[in-house]
Design a protein around this ligand. Structure first.
Ligand SMILES: [Fe+2]
Length: 301
């Protein structure tokens, strides 16, 4: 242990952690130390810079509340959430299954239940749209009784947690598909929004001269007994930030554009989107694809 220098300290740390019984933890921590040390060497990290970084991470933790998860926002804005999702998708997504997107920090458990074609806008007002289609399996057969959960901003770009006091749930709900696997949801046309810029992640984004906006989108979580839970979102193609999402959530196959006059829309007079969600059978090792979570479950109080 004596005479450690900048070339030997990394191996000394890894040698000391070699007693870790859990092999996955040992692997992850060894790699983390190698990359952290490599990063510090590469940028020639100074003590002042490292203290500033610790101060930043401390502020990120302090910004977390039961209704705000600044660490998820940091992970999202660094593209790490998307990377983890993409790797999980590549490992587990089967065939034509719908691509995943980020769960984000605004998902809430126990959203109200609605019937076919109901509106999730209980309090919010604005231009309406219809989202409808089927939940189908790998053979393109409708999946009956699937849960289709939606959460979205209102027409001003705010989620319920931002627009109201936290006891109010609005612009979110759970639907069940019918015997043919069909669902229909009346909602408001969402507006793109800025990520929360009043915390340390906002400071970082501003310092990088990034705009901080997400293109307008509708979050979806689709699940059925025996199927892999699908966490995804639909993005409005005419949004000015469709190609520069601050959290890197957009995929080409998830871009939609509401149009009036769709003959099969439950309300053809409304701008409508027909979107079929393709879900795949759950494999024995499958876990939920949720990256991020209900903040109340990941925030220590
Ligand atoms: Fe969102």
């Amino acid at each position: 242990m004596a005479d450690l220098n900048q070339d030997t300290v990394t191996e000394a740390v890894i040698a000391q952690m070699a007693s870790t019984p859990d092999p996955r933890m040992r692997q992850v921590m060894e790699s983390l130390v190698r990359h952290l040390h490599g990063f510090a060497r590469e940028v020639k990290l100074t003590p002042e810079e490292w203290l500033a970084a610790i101060g930043f991470l401390t502020r990120v933790g302090q910004a977390c509340t039961p209704y705000r998860q600044e660490f998820i926002l940091l992970s999202d804005t660094l593209g790490l959430s998307r990377l983890v999702n993409l790797m999980d998708d590549q490992a587990n997504r089967v065939g034509e299954a719908t691509e995943t997107s980020l769960l984000g920090p605004f998902y809430r458990e126990a959203a109200p239940q609605f019937g076919y074609g109901d509106s999730i806008a209980v309090h919010a007002r604005g231009p309406e749209m219809m989202l409808f289609g089927r939940v189908v399996n790998e053979k393109n057969e409708g999946v009956p009784n699937a849960i289709v959960e939606i959460w979205s901003t209102d027409a001003d770009g705010a989620y319920d947690l931002q627009a109201n006091d936290p006891s109010v749930m609005d612009m979110r709900g759970q639907f069940r598909t019918d015997a043919q696997g069909r669902y229909a949801i009346r909602t408001l046309i969402p507006l793109g929004y800025s990520i929360p810029m009043d915390g340390p992640v906002g400071d970082m984004v501003r310092a990088q001269r990034r705009h901080g906006f997400r293109p307008a989108h509708i979050h979806m979580l689709v699940g059925a007994e025996g199927y892999r839970e699908l966490v995804t979102a639909l993005y409005l193609g005419n949004d000015p930030h469709i190609d520069s999402d601050t959290v890197f959530g957009v995929s080409e196959t998830l871009i939609v554009q509401p149009r009036t006059g769709l003959a099969d829309s439950p309300d053809p007079g409304l701008p409508s989107v027909h979107y079929d969600f393709h879900i795949s059978r759950r494999a024995p090792h499958d876990k939920s694809g949720r990256v991020g979570a209900d903040p109340s479950k990941v925030t220590a109080e």
